[in-house]
Ligand binder design. Structure first.
Ligand code: GRF
Length: 206
């Protein structure tokens, strides 16, 4: 970011612990980082992510999916909240709901997510457990644009980690998580600096 430029406004979606949110908040606090979190929204009232947002002085909102007739109605409420705050990039960070096409269309090319596997391997839930069960020797993390599918959007950044013979789901998850925390702010910086172009399945980085 050139000095004086307005930082990109981030809207973060999180359902739980919020360690990726924390990595994003920490990055945004660094001088010169070209983005800042304007709101964190959770579908779970007691999500630790909401506490992390408040501790960082960021607006934290619980939106109860049960208050809406269906998934689209809930997602439209999310669209309204983000639009009202001029959010330029939505970051899904441990958000345990699939975003519907109405949301993805409203923020086309402006939604990113993190997944604890080297996509396209092991999409969906329990990626680390899937990797261990499959017997892979290398696992990793992916930050990608979000599309209508489950972990199918164009890949922005990936990092690999070794799988050790004595790994458990917990030890492997912890090793991957460190990479998620590194990659996510890097990808946000690239987006905020206007250096990412989606070309079909590929993301070009300038
Ligand atoms: C991360 O591993 C993320 O990739 C996965 O769920 C975990 C969320 O962790 N989808 P946190 O809430 O960011 O700590």
């Amino acid at each position: 970011m050139t000095s004086g430029a307005t930082p990109l406004g981030l809207g973060v979606l999180a359902s739980g612990r919020g360690s990726n949110l924390q990595a994003i908040l920490d990055a945004c606090a660094r001088p010169g980082f070209p983005a800042r979190v304007v709101v964190v929204i959770s579908d779970r009232e007691r999500a630790q992510a909401l506490e992390r947002a408040r501790a960082a002085g960021v607006e934290a909102r619980f939106i109860n999916p049960k208050d809406f007739a269906d998934r689209e109605a809930f997602d439209l409420a999310l669209v309204r909240e983000f639009t009202a705050r001029q959010v330029g990039l939505v970051c899904s960070a441990g958000f345990m709901r699939i975003l519907s096409p109405v949301f993805v269309r409203a923020f086309a090319g402006r939604v990113v997510g993190v997944h604890p596997a080297l996509l396209p391997a092991f999409p969906g839930l329990h990626a680390q457990r899937q990797a261990l069960a499959y017997g892979v020797r290398v696992a990793g993390a992916t930050v990608h644009f979000v599309d209508d599918g489950v972990d199918t959007g164009p890949i922005i950044l990936q990092a690999s980690v070794p799988v050790h013979p004595d790994d458990t789901e917990e030890t492997l998850s912890a090793r991957i998580l460190l990479e998620e925390h590194r990659l996510y702010p890097d990808a946000i910086r690239l987006f905020a600096e206007g250096r990412l172009t989606i070309a079909g399945r590929k993301v070009l980085i300038r």
